[in-house]
Design a protein around this ligand. Structure first.
Ligand code: FE2
Length: 109
């Protein structure tokens, strides 16, 4: 739900360090994820083709915003970048393992 009833709710009264900004970006990323989820729910809940098209385009813009924020966070916090890359490597290893298992000849029972 929007929280802009208080026009000062998002104000930060000081300049932030990069670590503090990275922490703030996590909240911004959560907001993008929430928006994506809501648009997706609305897309699934309508059969109107124009509504589906418009909402899908907006949803995809939110995904681009999420990518921008994650990239910015990785720039501001090098440790975060290491964790992202470690997680990505783990998933890539799982994908390779599954692909190898798919290609391996099936054992007779
Ligand atoms: Fe956005």
């Amino acid at each position: 739900m929007p929280s802009f009833a208080d026009p000062f709710s998002g104000n930060v009264n000081k300049k932030m360090t990069n670590e503090e900004l990275a922490q703030a970006l996590r909240l911004d990323i959560a907001g993008e994820l929430e928006a994506i989820s809501q648009y997706e729910a609305h897309i699934l809940a309508t059969d109107d083709p124009l509504a589906k098209a418009v909402l899908s385009e907006i949803r995809d813009e939110e995904k681009a915003h999420m990518g921008e924020l994650i990239t910015l966070m990785r720039h501001l916090d090098p440790k975060e970048k290491e964790h992202f890359e470690s997680g990505a490597e783990e998933v890539e290893e799982m994908i390779e393992k599954l692909e190898r298992a798919k290609k391996a000849p099936k054992k007779a029972k």
